[in-house]
Design a protein around this ligand. Structure first.
Ligand SMILES: *Cc1c(COP(=O)(O)O)cnc(C)c1O
Length: 225
């Protein structure tokens, strides 16, 4: 028995998930037994944020899992995950994108990525401001990166109880998605993902057109760091 009823939790989350929204089960800091319980309920997309931990779990878990890297990824660590990673969700610099291109090419793969936006009020170092994101796309170097596929945008809302603020931030991301889609990806079907929503705010995120929610605590319980 697990300390936490992962099976029941994920069934409940899945039951309420609109069919068009992908569920990323955020399993960071949880043991593989927990992931296996979610897997047994049919979950196939898992999100991790530490390279070493991810490497270990890839070895322990079934081969048909799609692993998403959701944390801040250091450039020098891309090479470890390049052979198998399904999506890198938090890309926030051209430098990181160029390294993903290099490593993906080495493995003759195309790696899907999302551009991470910094919209929340929190003073984090990570994520592109809307202007920085516009600049990166306008610059156009990404067009030469044939082994990197930009599939959409990712963001986190502020850590607050103020629902209207959360809604405002997700709406900003959603409007920005439309702008970027129209300007740079009008004919690219793969540019379609809006990754926002975590355990505490995913119902709001879905109302704000999220296509991909990243849920950890609600499925696996509190993390022990
Ligand atoms: C940890 C994490 C999550 C999951 O957070 P919960 O509140 O546990 O659902 C989602 N997204 C990112 C980027 C994370 O680092």
């Amino acid at each position: 028995m697990l300390d936490y009823d992962v099976n029941a939790n994920i069934r409940e989350v899945m039951r309420l998930m609109p069919p068009a929204v992908k569920l990323v089960a955020v399993s960071k800091y949880h043991p593989s037994e927990y992931l296996q319980a979610a897997y047994d309920e049919g979950q196939r997309i898992f999100g991790e944020s530490q390279v070493q931990e991810l490497q270990r779990k890839v070895g322990e878990m079934p081969g048909d899992i799609q692993w998403h890297f959701i944390g801040h990824l250091q450039t020098n660590k891309v090479k470890y995950i390049a052979p198998y990673i399904s999506m890198i969700e938090a890309v926030d610099s051209l430098k990181l994108m160029a390294e993903i291109q290099k490593q993906a090419a080495k493995h003759s793969r195309v790696i899907d990525i999302l551009l991470e936006l910094h919209i929340a009020e929190e003073a984090t170092k990570y994520g592109l401001t809307l202007d920085a994101c516009r600049k990166l796309l306008e610059d156009g170097q990404w067009r030469e990166m044939k082994n990197v596929r930009i599939c959409g945008l990712m963001t986190m809302a502020s850590f607050t109880d103020d629902e209207s603020q959360i809604r405002r931030e997700f709406t900003t991301a959603s409007d920005f998605f439309d702008e970027v889609k129209a300007k740079y990806f009008p004919d690219a079907d793969h540019f379609r993902e809006r990754s926002w929503g975590m355990s505490d705010d995913y119902p709001i995120a879905i109302e704000c057109r999220s296509t991909m929610v990243r849920i950890g605590t609600k499925i696996f319980g509190p993390r022990v760091y």
